[in-house]
Ligand binder design. Structure first.
Ligand code: SAM
Length: 173
């Protein structure tokens, strides 16, 4: 439990902002540095721009990450995003009509993802949860999830219990 608290605290203090330096809200745009504030529309737009730019090879004509996320198959269906961070991936799914549940261990991520959904007009269930002990795992197993590192392994094992469930893991790079 102590380890989980340390992980949560670290990610709260160093959120996945895709800024010039990890955890910062400063972005390079058109040759100059732009300081944004966490939770602002400008912050989310720049974080997304950078996220998409870093992952350009994964995009196709269906949108960002279209090469790994079959959005059309999940319209109107539940998608679980584990380790949602600042909510960029969760919002992509919501924007394609998926019924998004997004969870994260750290409260900053939950707060920011809720803020983002509100700002951009999307609906979703966004909760602070440890992916290893999801409160709703039995009631609503994941149809699809996207995440990183250990959370991705959890998603894989959750989905593995239920034939027909799909899991996606997205890595940086
Ligand atoms: C590398 S960030 C990724 C954020 C986001 N998915 C993205 O692509 O920008 C990893 C996130 O996973 C969360 N996380 C780590 N372990 C977790 C767990 N056991 N349950 C839920 N979230 C977890 C962290 O708090 C952090 O926000």
């Amino acid at each position: 439990m102590e380890e989980k608290r340390e992980i949560s605290d670290w990610w709260s203090q160093n959120p996945m902002t895709y800024g010039i330096d990890h955890g910062t809200t400063k972005y390079e745009t058109e040759g100059h540095a732009l300081e944004t504030s966490l939770g602002s529309r400008e912050f989310f737009e720049n974080a997304d721009r950078q996220l998409y730019e870093w992952n350009r090879p994964l995009h196709d004509d269906t949108g960002p990450f279209g090469r790994i996320f079959p959005y059309a198959e999940y319209r109107g269906r539940p998608v679980l995003e584990i380790g949602c961070g600042m909510g960029g991936m969760a919002m992509l799914w919501a924007s394609r009509g998926a019924l998004v549940t997004a969870v994260d261990l750290n409260p900053t991520a939950v707060e920011q993802t809720r803020r983002r959904f509100e700002l951009f007009g999307f609906r979703g269930r966004i909760q602070q949860e440890d992916a290893n002990r999801l409160s709703f795992a039995d009631a609503e197993p994941p149809k699809r999830s996207s995440s990183w590192t250990s959370a991705a392994a959890t998603a894989t094992s959750l989905a593995g219990c239920r034939p027909g469930r799909a899991v996606g893991a997205c890595r940086r790079g």
